[in-house]
Design a protein around this ligand. Structure first.
Ligand SMILES: O=P(O)(O)OC[C@H]1O[C@H](O)[C@H](O)[C@@H](O)[C@@H]1O
Ligand SMILES: [Fe+2]
Length: 197
């Protein structure tokens, strides 16, 4: 079936994602290994030992390069692999949006985990990811995906305004106020000992 459009400058685009892996052959993913996560995990000794031992891939995601316009929608899948650094689960770096008010929507396709969210004023929210469950990240909240499964990748589909942008600096320097650790086989939210006001 062909796709027609009244406006010749507009082209519909379809992308095939593999629901089992979260990956697409449409373009290369962006990949983050443990060595890209310097300063992100509470246990710095465990991180450097893990980097030296086997610098594994911890997550990958897509940037389809949609124009940075408020009328566009950036989208893709994000795959966070199972694993831990010390007691802290594999996770994304996390970021605020450069246009702080921009919200984002996630749909969990498979796996299990948490979305950790934090406002500049220090309000912390946590929502669970499980297959079929969406999480709406309100504007102004930094957000980080955390895989709490011992063996399955956490796969989500996300969408946000094209001009939202990524602000990593705040999280890189201050960290999140709370972190998620495994205690007795279950995730717990605790104060980040390395958080800087
Ligand atoms: O950008 P990070 O915090 O490293 O997370 C990786 C990716 O995760 C999500 O899927 C977001 O929607 C992406 O915009 C983000 O880039
Ligand atoms: Fe985001």
């Amino acid at each position: 079936m062909s796709t027609t459009s009244l406006d010749p400058t507009v082209t519909a685009v379809a992308t095939q994602f593999d629901l089992a892996t979260g990956l697409t052959e449409a373009r290369p993913s962006l990949q983050r290994r443990l060595s890209d996560m310097s300063g992100m995990y509470a246990d710095t000794a465990a991180l450097s030992a893990a980097v030296d031992a086997d610098d594994v891939l911890t997550y990958e995601f897509y940037d389809f390069g949609v124009p940075s316009l408020e009328t566009e929608v950036a989208y893709g899948t994000s795959i966070t692999y199972p694993g831990k650094v010390g007691d802290e689960y594999f996770m994304t770096k996390g970021h605020f949006h450069t246009r702080l008010e921009s919200a984002e929507i996630y749909l969990c396709l498979s796996g299990q985990g948490l979305m950790l969210m934090e406002s500049p004023e220090g309000d912390v929210q946590v929502e669970e990811f499980r297959p079929g469950r969406s999480v709406y990240v309100p504007g102004r909240y930094a957000h980080r995906s955390i895989n709490t499964s011992p063996d399955e990748p956490l796969i989500t589909f996300f969408a946000f305004p094209g001009d939202a942008g990524h602000d990593y600096g705040t999280i890189e320097t201050k960290g999140f106020r709370r972190i998620v650790l495994e205690r007795d086989g279950a995730p717990v939210l605790v104060d980040n000992p390395r958080w800087q006001s």
